[in-house]
Design a protein around this ligand. Structure first.
Ligand code: AMP
Length: 290
């Protein structure tokens, strides 16, 4: 596995590869788990060359968030990527990505996709994500980039970014990879105390119970479904940041009075704090989805 820090060197390598091969990118912030590695597996199925980036991007963290303490076990990550058959690890430092004191350019995501859900409590977050992903796409010249549905709003923002700017990269979504107790895998799960980790499955259980109710009674209103979900996510264990049902395309929260079967491709979204850790999860409420 080649390991590079410089965007210019990555670009030179990718330009060479692209004469013969398709190139896939899996962007990550490291502290890799099996969710990330599932994205790598899919990337390798769609392209002959697989690049993984590890970069904890300061632009997407607010001052009070966990940029400094975000886990960075780079040696472990390198072992996992080597074993997974990754061709190139792009692991820049902040100064490699934003090198000069005159760095000025941002990609702004300003539309319905960044009005609700995580955009409310994390202002500027998706502009940071859009900016870094644009730089990663250009550095790696990726034909394909794989994103997890764990961060469904991020996935939609990036799909819209590539459509809006006609970026020549296809975005491949991957379903959420879960632990055996159905908790969505996340690098931040390691912040949870043992007691809180034992309570974490309640979040998914509430989503799943709501999905069952939605599927058996599709004319139930959005408000009724959200109310029953809210009751299941027992307070004060979880402090709910948001709980919404949105159409997948626009991510504009559906009105409480609307029956679920009038929401196009509905998806249930939750963000909640457990102890000091903010967890997010989501589940499709489409009829016929597993
Ligand atoms: P992160 O390192 O948390 O920025 O995540 C990098 C990529 O991996 C993003 O596209 C995430 O959505 C994806 N990802 C993280 N956790 C999971 C998971 N449990 N299942 C599927 N994809 C995931």
């Amino acid at each position: 596995m080649i390991v590079l820090k410089s965007p210019q060197l990555v670009q030179e390598t990718a330009v060479r590869w692209k004469k013969e091969y398709k190139v896939a990118l899996v962007p990550t912030m490291g502290c890799l788990h099996d969710g990330h590695l599932a994205l790598v597996d899919i990337a390798k199925q769609f392209a002959e060359k697989c690049i993984v980036s590890i970069f904890v991007n300061p632009l997407q963290f607010a001052p009070h968030e966990d940029f400094e303490r975000y886990p960075r076990p780079i040696e472990d990550d390198m072992e996992k990527l080597e074993a997974a058959g990754v061709d190139l690890l792009f692991a820049p430092d902040v100064r490699d990505m934003y090198p000069s004191d005159t760095y000025s350019t941002r990609v702004i995501s300003n539309g319905p996709l960044t009005q609700a859900l995580c955009a409310k409590s994390r202002p500027g977050h998706f502009d940071g994500v859009a900016t870094v992903c644009t730089k990663l796409f250009l550095a790696t010249q990726a034909d394909i980039a794989v994103f997890g549905e764990k961060d469904f709003q991020q996935l939609r923002v990036i799909q819209q970014l590539t459509e809006d700017l006609n970026l020549p990269v296809s975005i491949l979504p991957h379903p959420i990879v879960r632990e055996s107790d159905q908790v969505a895998m996340s690098s931040r799960n390691r912040y949870l105390s043992a007691e809180d980790r034992a309570l974490a499955p309640m979040l998914y259980q509430a989503l799943e119970a709501t999905r069952k109710k939605a599927l058996s009674q599709p004319r139930t209103t959005v408000g009724e479904l959200l109310q029953s979900a809210r009751q299941l996510i027992s307070n004060p264990i979880f402090q709910i940041d948001y709980l919404e049902i949105c159409p997948e395309r626009t991510l504009t929260p559906a009105e409480a009075s609307v029956p679920l079967n009038e929401v196009s491709n509905p998806r249930l979204f939750v963000a909640a704090k457990l102890g000091q850790t903010r967890l997010i999860d989501n589940l499709s409420l489409k009829l016929g989805q597993p």
